[in-house]
Design a protein around this ligand. Structure first.
Ligand code: FMN
Length: 382
């Protein structure tokens, strides 16, 4: 196996086979099947919402590379008159800086520094992108999911139903066939905003928002809630998870907020915090499905999230690092990223799963190691 893996790693540096999950299954008897929002996907690696899912060209590249899914950039909800209570999140900013972010124990991860927020073009343009995503999804090439930031009221205020109703109905109309899959974003800039100073207010959102979205949709909807890293302690992160039981999936957890610099950030501080919270809160199988996000730059890190209960992962930063960071010599960034994440002979998904088997922490069933079985071992994590 190790020799085969070394050979695959080397030969796929030039080109990754489009159906690499089938190759992995045949060669290593490893089933990489994973799940996002109740949908079975061929492997666990998807793209998180952001600047890398803004147009049809990016989605086409993701489909060609063989990503499992892609979440579109977050759009700011509006009502039928075009009014948006969260308009402060629709600001235009193009400049991004990919840089090193030092963390404890001398580790330097990657972060993308960016002052922008949500989708900054019209809702009509967003709907055109949703239709492009729908076509890729129907063709079985790439599962594409829209992401929305809806109105979040202060404690004494009501929800603006009009924004929920209009935005969700338009998305449903563009998507056509049920169920409509949607991600609801609670972003780091929201965590850094005065709106998120009040714990009770945040918990109310998490208890009530899923039903608002489900109630607003003319067709059945499946909802992923992407939880923020609030500016409170780990215990509060757990409270947020516990408050959001009506979601179908939780994306855990969006980036940290650096109040001094006024920017969101990632790197090792982010994965340390996310994994710590997931390990302490976990009751396997009890909560909605989990999808991990945060500092996933290796197959081993995917396994860390999986062993905390995550059925898939969504990345952003690792698709943006300098080309010299990828061992592959050819291909798009998503292709090069997949090559490293899956086939790296020491830190890749295959190597990590074989190692878990050797340690007796993952057993073959009908001769196969299964990615989704890692979740059943979640209680052993930590
Ligand atoms: C430049 C940038 C823009 C982002 N925009 C969004 C967004 O609009 N909506 C959202 O839900 N997440 C957004 N994210 C968060 C990512 O989807 C991802 O969850 C997060 O960066 C953690 O993963 P990573 O460490 O692999 O980057 C953004 C991240 C970056 C770096």
């Amino acid at each position: 196996m190790p020799a085969t893996l070394e050979r695959d790693f080397d030969r796929f540096k030039r080109e990754l086979p489009r159906d690499f999950p089938a190759h992995v299954r045949e060669t290593y008897r490893i089933d990489l099947s994973a799940r996002y929002l109740g949908e079975l996907v061929p492997h666990p690696i998807g793209k998180g919402s952001g600047q890398l899912s803004l147009n049809a060209g990016q989605l086409e590249d993701d489909a060609a590379a063989g990503l499992a899914f892609a979440v579109l950039k977050t759009v700011i909800a509006e009502d039928e008159t075009g009014a948006r209570t969260m308009a402060a999140w629709a600001i235009h900013e193009t400049k991004m800086k990919v840089e090193r972010r030092p963390a404890g124990a001398g580790r330097a991860g990657w972060t993308v520094t960016w002052k922008g927020r949500g989708w900054d073009r019209t809702f009509t343009e967003y709907l055109a992108l949703v239709r492009a995503g729908r076509d890729l999804t129907r063709a079985g090439r790439l599962l594409v999911i829209p992401s929305v930031k809806y109105h979040l009221p202060r404690l004494a205020e009501p929800f603006r139903e009009g924004e929920y109703r209009y935005t969700t109905a338009q998305l449903a109309d563009a998507w056509r066939e049920p169920p409509l899959l949607v991600e609801k974003d609670f972003s780091p800039t929201l965590a850094g905003d005065a709106l998120a100073d009040d714990r009770e207010q945040i918990l109310r959102w998490l208890r009530e928002v899923p039903a608002r979205i489900q109630g607003a949709s003319p067709i059945p909807v499946r909802l992923a809630v992407k939880l923020m890293n609030a500016r409170f302690d780990d215990r509060f992160q757990v409270e947020m998870v516990e408050a959001c039981t009506a979601a179908d999936t939780l994306v855990v957890f969006n980036r940290l907020f650096d109040a001094e610099q006024g920017v969101a950030y990632g790197g090792w501080d982010l994965s340390d915090r996310n994994l710590r919270v997931l390990k302490t809160q976990l009751t396997p199988g009890a909560s909605p499905g989990l999808t991990g996000t945060g500092n996933i730059c290796s197959g081993r890190m995917i396994l860390d999230y999986a062993r905390c209960g995550c059925e898939s992962v969504q990345l952003h930063t690792f698709f943006q690092v300098p080309l010299s960071e990828y061992p592959a010599t050819h291909g798009s960034r998503p292709q090069r990223a997949l090559h490293a994440l899956v086939f790296h002979p020491r830190d890749g998904l295959i190597a990590g799963m074989l190692e878990l088997e050797a340690r007796g922490e993952l057993e073959r069933r009908s001769g196969e190691l299964r990615f989704l079985d890692l979740r059943a071992h979640a209680h052993r994590a930590g």
